[in-house]
Design a protein around this ligand. Structure first.
Ligand code: ATP
Ligand code: MG
Length: 181
């Protein structure tokens, strides 16, 4: 499973519809300060259900993530981001080769979520990504702060991160639960 494409429109600095295409393997995003690199990361977490405006580096209202205008552009009223994942290995429990997850927000309205263009609840999105390693508290996104704490961590703590990443942690938890019974 890998992220094939991100489509953004009206999200933070991405006023116009912008499509970013990714291949398998490593992709680097480079550009001058303030060009929108971190906004792409915010967009990914937003689609996956992030509810904290603070961790999205935005204002207090969720609608603050909508493009608020610039010297040359008027503000817009809608933000929409879609993530398109390759699902040929059926990592997502759905029988499609591509999974498209979308979140849309309009000013003064609640957000809407869609899976393969069908409206759904936030819970459907969280359920879909659970166990794929993409979940909110997973290690699929490692922030700058996490990198330094990882580098400074004690070997035992670092090992638990590897166990989490390798998918061993959940089995250890289950073993502990059944031994306790
Ligand atoms: P750096 O290299 O400094 O980390 P970056 O490429 O990560 O920079 P971002 O933090 O992604 O930059 O983008 C910051 C830009 O996004 C700023 O110019 C800011 O004004 C703009 N921005 C953020 N939210 C909005 C919004 N709601 N509407 C319009 N522009 C926004
Ligand atoms: Mg940045």
């Amino acid at each position: 499973m890998f992220l094939k494409r991100i489509e953004l429109q009206g999200f933070k600095s991405f006023a116009d519809r912008t499509v970013l295409q990714f291949d398998q393997g490593v992709t680097g995003i480079v550009g001058p300060n303030g060009c929108g690199k971190s906004n792409i990361n915010d967009a990914i977490r937003w689609v996956l259900g992030e509810q904290s405006t603070k961790s999205l580096r935005s204002g207090t209202a969720m609608s603050d993530i909508i493009f608020s205008g610039s010297e040359v552009r008027k503000p817009v009223n809608l933000a929409s981001v879609s993530l398109v994942f390759d699902n040929t290995q059926r990592i997502f429990a759905t029988d499609f080769d591509e999974v498209e997850i979308t979140r849309v927000i309009r000013r003064n309205r609640d957000a809407q979520y869609l899976i393969n263009r069908t409206p759904c609840r936030l819970k459907d999105v969280t359920d879909l990504v659970m166990d794929t390693g993409l979940g909110r508290d997973s290690l699929s996104i490692i922030t700058q702060g996490n990198i330094s704490s990882f580098a400074d961590a004690k070997p035992e703590d670092r090992r638990s991160l590897f166990e989490e990443a390798a998918g061993v942690a959940k089995y250890k938890k289950r073993k502990k639960t059944s031994l306790a019974k």
